[in-house]
Design a protein. Structure first.
Length: 600
């Protein structure tokens, strides 16, 4: 892998990318047009999506309120979306009610979706009704029920086949890598198989992958990385090239002219594309990450080529999925199947990496041999290692008032982060602190709702919602805060998964206020590097913020201690030693003198 230079490399395969884009759009429109509209709005700049959404809300009863409901969903006002559905001057007919049910699911309102479907007489339950009923069953995790609904009408057989393929994957389907040509491995060469990466995705997942690759390259490993088939074209980057180079790390894209039609076909396609990369690069080991479909493919390819493989468990996606649904979701077919596959693949891997002690405990409980388990926590990259900008320098860089008190976060904006609790806490404190400001840096499905909540609480003018920023700008945003807040809700996923955001905040010498959950207690020592508060408790959060806002010396002391902790325990160089030991246990060592690796 070439270590010199940075940026894009290779040509953009415009023909291939155009075909993939058209296939993606067509598939999304056929499968769930309402969800496609919501996803498209999230990829547009706020300056574009907000006016369009407001225009839709003015559609009133047009289309029995479906366009208005979608507009309100884009703006984050689920209550208004529910009121808009079916708001036309006439009673919605049998053909409209399934569409209203689909729109209700866009707001996460499965009860309303069920009611709309129940109002359709049995004699009028045609293809659109069966498709909407299948979507409701799928939303609840009832794959068998979804397949049965889709199988009822000949016009939804295609949907049934796609759902059946997903069911086969959950039941343990093993991808077929096709015929392989085994050959001698290149010493010290590791092929990393990723969901997504820089520069097209700036999530914590992508940042961690980049940190791992950079640290291992410095340790002498010959790293190569590929991303899942179709990425990043299928997430709205039609100009993507076949390779990107970022800080000397090369990311190769697997871009076929067409993605397979269903989940089983895509896994086979993934396995064959990956096997071809193995034959080209001849790595000594494969290293993949959550979730289990990556591991399914890597296990099949590794077995076919006689290679050891590593599974890096970075989260609990089944719990993330269940967190947005009713409690019964945790007993569903989808949740059970997903969890069983994760456990199975973790047990089968030659080595398992995870992020913290709580996640280690979950993996051991699932039967993973402790001798094959390695903890490599989220760490801070090079940009956070030098002395951070001062608060005043960061405020000047971002154009913020140095006299303000600013609390906030740099985070993915999803419901389980509990950022609505932070908005409510700031509203409570606003009368006491005239110069208090809230700054939320990041993007996600919950962002429109946070904007709406701030307006409803009368603090919109105090709130700064920046949207997504570059990793370079994230450093300035950390340093500009007086208090960094991680108010996660108490859910299975938040109790076990450690985030990266608070580590970066500590490295920036910011005091961290976090929910008192096991995973966060690994990262924040109460009274030493920050404060822990009762989860889901706005009152405790507000009271804790008062103690910090009133005491600048305490903020400095906690922030300085946090930076010392991060630099001594949470660096990629430190993690590289653990990875090196893990690879050595698999019989893979760095190439002597290979501080920089070469692309073959």
């Amino acid at each position: 892998m070439t270590r010199a230079g940075a940026g894009d490399t290779g040509r953009t395969p415009w023909f291939t990318n155009s075909l993939l884009t058209l296939q993606t759009v067509r598939g999304e429109l056929v499968q769930d047009p309402v969800q496609f509209a919501l996803q498209l709005s999230r990829r547009l700049p706020n300056a574009v999506s907000t006016p369009l959404a407001r225009l839709l809300t003015r559609a009133g009863g047009l289309g029995h309120g479906v366009p208005a409901a979608v507009g309100h969903q884009i703006l984050g006002d689920d209550a208004a979306a529910r009121r808009a559905g079916g708001s036309g001057g006439t009673v919605p007919g049998p053909r409209t009610r399934p569409l209203l049910a689909t729109a209700a699911l866009g707001s996460g309102d499965e009860s309303a979706a069920e009611q709309w479907l129940d109002r359709v007489p049995a004699a009028d339950r045609g293809a659109s009704w069966q498709a909407a009923a299948a979507r409701l069953a799928l939303y609840r995790g009832d794959l068998s029920g979804a397949v049965a609904r889709a199988r009822t009408d000949p016009r939804t057989v295609g949907l049934a086949r796609r759902l059946e393929a997903e069911q086969r994957v959950l039941l343990g389907y093993r991808p077929d890598p096709g015929p392989v040509r085994q050959g001698p491995a290149v010493g010290g060469r590791v092929l990393h198989v990723l969901n997504s990466s820089l520069p097209h995705t700036a999530s914590g997942y992508a940042q961690r992958s980049h940190g791992v690759l950079t640290a291992l390259a410095s340790a002498g490993f010959d790293n190569h990385a590929v991303t899942r088939p179709g990425y990043p074209v299928e997430v709205g980057i039609p100009w993507a090239r076949r390779r990107d180079v970022v800080d000397g790390i090369t990311y190769t894209r697997l871009l076929p002219n067409r993605l397979a039609a269903d989940a089983v076909g895509r896994l086979d396609q993934y396995a064959r594309l990956l096997s071809a990369e193995v034959e080209r690069l001849r790595p000594a080991a494969l290293h993949t990450t959550t979730h289990f479909t990556n591991a399914l493919v890597v296990r099949s390819v590794a077995e076919a080529h006689g290679l050891p493989w590593v599974y890096e468990v970075r989260g609990q996606r089944a719990d993330s999925w269940a967190a947005t649904r009713a409690a019964a979701a945790r007993e569903s077919e989808y949740y059970r199947g997903f969890s069983e596959r994760e456990a199975e693949l973790s047990r089968d891997a030659d080595a398992v990496v995870t992020l913290g002690e709580n996640m280690r405990g979950v993996l051991e409980w699932n039967g993973v041999d402790p001798r094959r388990l390695y903890v490599c926590p989220n760490a801070v990259a090079g940009a956070f290692l030098p002395a951070p900008p001062s608060r005043e320098e960061a405020r000047a860089h971002l154009g913020l008032d140095a006299a303000d008190l600013v609390v906030g976060t740099v985070s993915s904006v999803v419901d389980y982060e509990g950022l609505d609790l932070l908005v409510q806490a700031v509203a409570r404190l606003a009368p006491r602190y005239p110069r208090l400001r809230l700054r939320i840096v990041g993007d996600g499905v919950a962002l429109p709702g946070l904007r709406l909540l701030a307006a409803q609480l009368g603090i919109a003018e105090r709130c700064q919602f920046t949207g997504r920023v570059t990793s370079a700008e994230a450093r300035w945003n950390h340093a500009a805060l007086d208090v960094f807040v991680v108010p996660r809700r108490d859910l299975p996923v938040t109790r076990s998964v450690t985030p990266m955001k608070s580590v970066e905040a500590s490295a920036s010498a910011r005091p961290v206020v976090a929910a008192d959950l096991p995973a966060l207690a690994e990262l924040v020592e109460d009274g030493v590097t920050g404060r822990l508060v009762a989860p889901d408790d706005v009152g405790d959060l507000a009271a804790t913020l008062v103690g910090l806002l009133d005491d600048p010396a305490l903020r400095r002391r906690l922030g300085d201690a946090g930076r010392r902790w991060a630099l001594s325990t949470r660096t990629w160089e430190g993690n590289a030693a653990t990875y090196t030991r893990m690879y050595a246990d698999l019989g893979v060592g760095p190439t002597e003198g290979n501080a920089t690796s070469r692309e073959s």
